[in-house]
Write a protein that binds this ligand. Structure first.
Ligand code: ZN
Length: 190
């Protein structure tokens, strides 16, 4: 697999990866993937595991205008919120794991660069979907459940009144409102 040098956001396992663990705070996975530190520092890299390089990739739009330092702050604050986002749990063991992992890597490295891959999602919903870590299509019940989890996680009371958590919660609220408004008229009435 060759690293595409033109489209910098397509990542492949990097043979020059340092023997270190993922830059995502709290993650002890081996770091085999690199990602530019910010739009201003495209030749400086974070080193991530597959799960976290995917997460970082998906949030690239969210990091727009942030410096490497601000992104790092985001990553630190984010360290606990991304787990349910990527359905990689099935890669956890058993036969065929390597094949599955390779398929996942393959799929990822071919995914469109931006915005985050949400095939078929209306353009105005892509960012809200990324913020909430939801796949498309989704429904109002999935949305509500996801919102409940995130709102709890990012509530300032659960974060010592942290202003950044407050800011994140605002984004979550806004994303939720946008998706709910869109899904409501489309909901099937039982
Ligand atoms: Zn990681």
């Amino acid at each position: 697999m060759r690293l595409n040098t033109v489209r910098k956001r397509h990542f492949a396992p990097d043979p020059t990866a340092p023997a270190a663990c993922c830059d995502m705070p709290g993650c002890a996975e081996a770091a085999a993937y690199r990602a530019p530190k910010s739009r201003e520092a495209l030749t400086e890299y974070w080193w991530f595991c597959l799960e976290h390089v995917r997460q970082y990739n998906a949030k690239w739009d969210f990091y727009k205008g942030m410096s490497s330092g601000q992104i790092e702050q985001e990553l630190r604050r984010d360290a606990g919120w991304q787990r349910p986002t990527w359905p990689l749990g099935r890669l956890g063991g058993g036969p065929g794991v390597i094949d599955e992992l390779e398929a996942a890597i393959d799929q990822f490295t071919r995914a469109p660069a931006q915005p985050a891959p949400k095939p078929g999602a209306p353009a105005e919903l892509r960012q809200p979907l990324t913020i909430l870590g939801l796949a498309w299509p989704t429904d109002i019940d999935t949305l509500k459940a996801r919102y409940k989890t995130l709102a709890k996680q990012h509530h300032p009371d659960a974060n010592g009144g942290d202003r950044a958590a407050e800011e994140r919660l605002k984004q979550i609220n806004l994303a939720y409102a946008t998706l709910r408004a869109w899904l409501r008229p489309h909901a099937t009435v039982a």
